[in-house]
Design a protein around this ligand. Sequence first.
Ligand code: HEC
Ligand code: HEC
Length: 274
Amino acid sequence: MRQFLAVIAFMLVTIGFFSAYSNFGIPQIIPAPPPVEEEIDLTSMDMDQFTALGDKIFNGKGTCTLCHNELGRAPMLDQVGVNAQARLDDARYDGEASDIEGYLRESLVAPSAYVVEGFGKAGTNDTESPMPSTEGGSIALSEPELAAVLAYLQDIGGLEVTVEIPTDMAPQEGEPEEMADPGEPRPAFTNFQDLSDEFACEACHTIGEEAGDLGPNLSTIGGTRDRDYIRRALLDPNRDIAKGYEADMMPDDLGEQLYATELEIMVDFLSQLK
Ligand code: HEC
Ligand code: HEC
């Protein structure tokens, strides 16, 4: 019996020692906090947060900076506030807006209502805009996202922000909020259409139905270009410039953004378009 108690006592001391050691002796590894979920709760958002959301959409999901950048594919928008009234008063203005917020909204959902001089589709004498509507197609912003971008444009344009924060924020049916978590690697896309939507290829290219025309029509590219050419066109777009088009238009960071599997999906798809 005494021996049994001695064994128990020994065990308790040993366990006590190890648990004390593991509590105090081993440096604790604090697990990284779980990634913060992107929360768009507009009910508690103030205007600064709302314009910041617009900034994020402008530079991300909206793909606006594909064209609105210092390369001159599209007008810079920091002067948009100064210019908007003059656009409305211009005889070439063909829209229905009556104030600056209205003009900006129309610029996004019906870009051809006013085409900034020199930026129209080739051959249309500045009557048709090459900018895709933000309502559907390759950009597809929801109404609250659109409002946030408008607030952002008013803000950077030095205007008074007149856009109101929408109060009804129930996510629209069939349209899950797709705000990616910046900490996590994004899941890989597995088909060309999803890739094209994500990287806005059709904002600039015609591929089948959707018509962009800042870049060459790709509907039959596989008939004239081989896989190596297409792969190079994606990874190093300024190496060969398609005839009749300018350099520095096609995004040059696809190589950093695409997974290898995705690059091959694109090359496969494009090379069989004949
Ligand atoms: C595929 C290229 C392209 C993309 C993508 C694009 N735009 Fe444009 N945008 C243009 C071009 C070209 C013009 C000038 C022609 C015109 O007036 O429509 C323009 C014009 C505008 C104007 C009117 C400027 C003025 O001075 O009157 C606004 C505002 C604007 N874009 C905002 C946006 C926003 C916001 C986004 C993203 C949600 C966006 N654009 C995405 C090409 C693009
Ligand atoms: C902002 C506009 C823009 C976007 C967005 C864009 N491109 Fe382009 N792309 C161009 C222009 C302009 C050219 C022609 C100049 C050149 O060859 O670099 C071009 C050239 C190409 C070519 C070579 C065509 C040839 O015959 O030489 C391919 C292939 C191509 N793009 C595929 C894509 C794909 C796929 C995407 C989406 C991941 C994409 N592009 C996104 C503007 C764009």
